[in-house]
Design a binder for this molecule. Sequence first.
Ligand SMILES: Nc1ncnc2c1ncn2[C@@H]1O[C@H](COP(=O)(O)OP(=O)(O)OP(=O)(O)O)[C@@H](O)[C@H]1O
Ligand SMILES: [Mg+2]
Length: 480
Amino acid sequence: MTDATTPISKGRILVVDDQRNMRATTAMLLHDDGYTVSQAATGEEALAVLAKGQVDLLLTDLKMEPMDGLTLLRRGLEVSPRLQAIMMTAFGSIESAVEAMRLGAYDYVTKPFKDGELRYRVERALERTKLQMAVDNFANQFYQQHNLSALVGRSQAMRELTTRLMRVAQSDATVLIQGESGTGKELVARALHAHSRRSGRPFVPVNCSAISETLLESELFGHAKGAFTGAVKTRRGLFEEADGGTLFIDEVTETSPTFQSKLLRTLQDGEVRRVGESTAMRVDTRIAAATNRDIELEVREKRFRQDLYYRLNVVMLRVPPLRERLEDVPALAEHFLQRSNARSPRARRLSATALEHLMTYNFPGNVRELENLVEQAAALAEADELQPEDFPLRPQSRVLPATTASGLPSADVRAGSPEATGPTLAEVVEEAERRAIVQALERHGVDLARVADELGVSSTTLWRKMKRLNLRPPAGAPRE
Ligand SMILES: Nc1ncnc2c1ncn2[C@@H]1O[C@H](COP(=O)(O)OP(=O)(O)OP(=O)(O)O)[C@@H](O)[C@H]1O
Ligand SMILES: [Mg+2]
């Protein structure tokens, strides 16, 4: 019951107890401490309050009629999965308290309790809510601050894509994003989230090809304690983490039939069932899925479930390859160069000839390849004005004869010539590889599969190269 004179609430607490005195004194104590407190005398009443979604902490008695505290907790977490709960137990009912913790309660207090003890536990539980929210928001803020979800490129194809994206962003429709590797599918998914009403809630990406099938299942759906060897604690899945926000299921075609049917069921019911649990939980998670394969072909060849395809493909967003929109290259190159300048003491510029040189290329690795080329050039070039030879392109992917605008032989040839005073081509390539790997490692840490993915090589190749370049994997990375 806030009014203009009440200071900002420290948290919203619902006190549930069928004993009026107990309930009233507890509520009063917390109210005086500056919390926003509501009360309920029965489990049913409490659920009605929880359903409105305005409670951070549930403080409930365990022994109540007809709905007991455990049932209230279970159903409360269904309607409000981010709820923290503290159980109030009578002396001697420790077993129920343990059961409550297993169901997801944060803590318990034994009646009668001292004011100080309750205060301490309440503070701690709410601290956890804040922490959780901070973690959720961190990634989003990072992206917003750095404007990373801004899609650069004003070609006809990109304009059509952004128009369509903005239109579907407003809805909750499931979106399927299709495009070659490195075209910007993840960025499209982030932009979709950033322009939706869910932008204040988490964007949670998961890459289906980066983890094993069993791990993927428990990652996505969560698991009960003891569901399998190693499941020492109950764990929320990413579906739940993304509640209220967007779950980005990347490389969705790289999944097994069993996984696909479980995903289908979840999408149909709008409910997640943790591995090893019998009850399901309602979630409000928007799905964006992506693939770099021809998904219709995958369906025809029976590698991808047709019904799941229909479920996911409510709206299809196709991200065109960069070679079909070469007019976006200047803006993209400029964008990546500015970003790299912001991190470095030097102010690099693109020469007109360098740009022309880039426009003769068909970018098999799409935008990611251009991004790497620019970052490497910015890291390695001698002069501030970047020249064609600062961008070594794969010769077989050139679309025009391999000469520069000035008529000189192209960079690849010149850099390796014996007269050159600079480094040899092999050295340049090696240095560029080293930089690219180091930067990718910085971005993805221990997730070597993601590093390999980003660099467009297999994990084995990545390992081999790291070994040759004497690069150590970051601490905690799994061995080959
Ligand atoms: N239109 C764009 N504007 C700015 N940056 C872009 C754009 N498209 C892609 N990028 C950048 O290019 C890189 C590759 O994009 P992204 O990871 O989204 O591609 P992807 O399609 O998901 O690739 P993959 O299939 O390999 O996972 C990222 O660093 C991304 O920020
Ligand atoms: Mg991707």
